[in-house]
Write a protein that binds this ligand. Structure first.
Ligand code: LLP
Length: 462
C-alpha cells in the first residue's frame, strides 16, 4: 500500500523521484512546484475543477472518455512565452493539437503556427489563421502541399530535402519569392525517446551540418531567384528539460551562419531553434525552465554572434507540448477492476491507446486521480489499462488510486492536451473522444465524439 505522499522507487537517481500525489491542491493551498495539473485546477471534497468547472459534471454531460481543455491555461502559457522571449517569434507547433478554437487562441495571443501537413495548413487557414504567420514543416512535403503553401502565402517554408528546393523554386512566382529556412541537423542529441530525437545524424530530418549537406542546401537556395533564404532551422527533439542542448545547437549553428557569410556574402537574418520544451507529467518531474532558457539562449546567441562578427539573427522557437499539454485533462470511467495473483490491481477504463498512444509508443508515464466521490481510504498502486484488445494497452502503469476503486468510478489524467487527440486512432472502432473547452466556469464543445456513423460514411465498399 502507498500512502498519499509515497515516493516512486523506480526513478533514475539523476532525476528527482516523482511524488505520487495524484490531485491538484485544494482552494487556498499553494500549487506545488512541478504540478502536472492546469495552474487553476482545484481539488474539492469529491471532485477536481478545471477552469472553474467540475470534471464530474462534464463527464456526466458529455459522457466518457472525455477530453477537457483549459482555455485560460493555454492563453497563460502563450503569454508566458511572449513575456519571457520578447523580440522572439513564438510559433506554436500545431502537431501537438489543432482545432479551430486552438488556432484562434494562439492567433489572438500573438503566436505563429507551425504546420507539418496540407491538412494542418488548410485547416488553420480556413479557420482564419493569417498565412503569413505560418511556418511549414515536413521531411516529405508533397508537390500539392508545397503548391498550397505558396498559393496561400505562408510566411516560411522549412526546406528539408534537395528535391524540395527545386520543386519549390518552380512553384514560386518570380515577383513574390518564397521565404524559406534550411533545416539543419546540428548533431545534438536530446529528447525523451529515440523516436523523437531529430538533432542527430542517421535520422530522416534535415541537412547534415557535418557532411556539408547543409551548406550545399544553402548554396542551392541562394541560387534560386524565386526563393529567399531567411535563415536556418533546427529541431532537436521533444520533452527536453535542459537548456544545455539548445546552447549546443547555437554553438553549432552560429559558426554555420558565419561560414555562409564568408562563402556567399550574406548574413541570414533568422534562426529558428524548434520546439521540444519539456513539461512535468507527474508531480516533481522537471519541465524546461522557460526564463532560464530565454536568458541563457539569447545571451549565448549574442555572444557567439559577437565572436563571429555577425548581426544577431531574429530568434524563433516552436513549442507545442509546453503550450497545450498541461491544459488538457482526460476523463475516463472505470469499467472493470481485477486483482492478479501477485496482488496487482488492474483498473480498466473506457478509453485507451486509441485516445492516448503515448505510453505504448514512448513508455510515457502519467499520474491519475479518482474523481466523483470522496475517497478517504488508503491509496493503492494500481495499473490503469485501456479497453483495447492488447495487453500493452496500458495508460498509467503506476497510479495511486484508492484501494476501493470500483466500476463506475471516474478517473482524471492530466497533461492530456498534447499528442493525445492529435494522435488518436480509430482502433477497435471506439470513436475518438470529444473535446470540451472550459473557461471562467463555463464549458463548450470544441470537437464532438466520433460516432459509428462517421465510420459507416467512409465504408463505401458495399
Ligand atoms: N517543431 C518541429 C519541427 C517539430 O518536429 C516538433 C515536434 C515541434 C516543433 C514541437 O515539439 P514539442 O515542443 O511539442 O515537443 N508525439 C511525440 C512528440 C513528437 C514531436 C514531433 N515534433 C510525443 O507524444 O512525445
Amino acid at each position: 500500500m502507498l500512502t498519499k505522499r509515497a515516493v516512486a522507487t523506480t526513478a533514475p537517481a539523476t532525476t528527482p523521484a516523482p511524488v505520487l500525489a495524484p490531485a491538484p491542491p485544494r482552494a487556498g493551498q499553494p500549487v506545488p512546484a512541478g504540478s502536472p495539473w492546469p495552474a487553476g485546477a482545484l481539488r474539492t471534497a469529491d471532485d477536481i475543477t478545471v477552469g472553474g468547472v467540475g470534471l464530474t459534471e462534464l463527464a456526466v454531460q458529455y459522457a466518457t472518455p472525455l477530453y477537457v481543455l483549459d482555455e485560460g491555461e493555454v492563453r497563460d502559457r502563450c503569454r508566458a512565452y511572449r513575456r519571457a522571449l520578447p523580440g522572439t517569434d513564438v510559433v506554436y507547433a500545431a502537431k501537438a493539437f489543432l482545432c479551430g478554437a486552438m488556432a484562434e487562441w494562439v492567433e489572438q495571443e500573438g503566436l505563429g503556427l507551425d504546420v507539418c501537413s496540407g491538412g494542418e495548413l488548410e485547416h488553420a487557414v480556413t479557420c482564419g489563421f493569417p498565412p503569413e504567420r505560418i511556418v511549414v514543416h515536413g521531411n516529405a512535403k508533397s508537390p500539392e502541399e508545397l503548391a498550397a503553401a505558396v498559393r496561400l502565402g505562408v510566411g516560411r517554408i522549412v526546406v528539408d530535402s534537395f528535391a524540395e528546393i527545386a520543386r519549390l523554386a518552380a512553384l514560386a512566382a518570380p515577383e513574390r519569392p518564397q521565404a524559406v529556412l534550411v533545416r539543419v541537423v546540428p548533431g545534438v542529441s536530446a529528447g525523451h525517446h529515440a523516436a523523437v530525437r531529430t538533432g542527430v545524424e542517421e535520422q530522416k530530418f534535415g541537412f547534415s551540418a557535418a557532411t556539408g549537406d547543409a551548406e550545399d542546401a544553402v548554396a542551392r537556395v541562394l541560387g534560386q531567384p524565386r526563393l529567399r533564404l531567411a535563415g536556418l532551422h533546427c529541431h532537436l527533439g521533444s520533452q527536453i528539460a535542459e537548456t544545455a542542448p539548445y546552447l549546443a545547437a547555437v554553438d553549432r549553428l552560429v559558426p554555420l551562419l558565419a561560414a555562409i557569410r564568408d562563402r556567399h556574402g550574406v548574413e541570414l537574418p533568422e534562426l529558428d531553434l524548434g520546439g521540444g520544451h519539456a513539461v512535468p507529467y507527474r508531480f516533481g518531474e522537471p519541465g524546461l525552465d522557460l526564463p532560464e532558457f530565454a536568458t541563457r539562449v539569447t545571451a549565448r546567441l549574442a555572444e557567439q554572434c559577437a565572436r563571429h562578427g555577425l548581426r544577431v539573427p531574429r530568434l524563433a522557437v516552436e513549442p507545442g507540448r509546453a503550450i497545450v499539454g498541461p491544459a488538457g485533462v482526460a476523463v475516463y470511467r472505470v469499467l472493470a477492476v481485477k486483482h492478479t495473483m501477485s496482488g496487482r490491481t488492474f483498473v480498466a477504463v473506457d478509453g485507451g491507446m486509441s485516445d492516448n498512444p503515448r505510453p505504448a509508443l514512448y513508455d510515457a508515464r502519467y499520474t491519475a486521480a479518482l474523481i466523483g466521490r470522496a475517497a478517504e481510504g488508503p491509496l493503492t498502486d494500481a495499473v490503469v489499462v485501456g479497453r483495447h484488445c492488447e495487453a500493452g494497452d496500458v495508460l498509467v502503469p503506476q497510479a495511486a488510486l484508492p484501494a476501493d476503486v470500483r466500476p463506475g468510478d471516474l478517473i482524471a489524467v492530466p497533461v492530456a492536451g498534447a499528442y493525445h487527440l492529435s494522435m488518436a486512432s480509430g482502433y477497435n472502432l471506439l470513436g475518438r473522444p470529444p473535446l470540451v473547452a472550459v473557461v471562467d466556469g463555463a464549458a463548450r464543445l470544441l470537437l464532438r465524439r466520433e460516432t459509428l456513423d462517421d465510420f459507416r460514411r467512409r465504408d463505401v465498399g458495399r
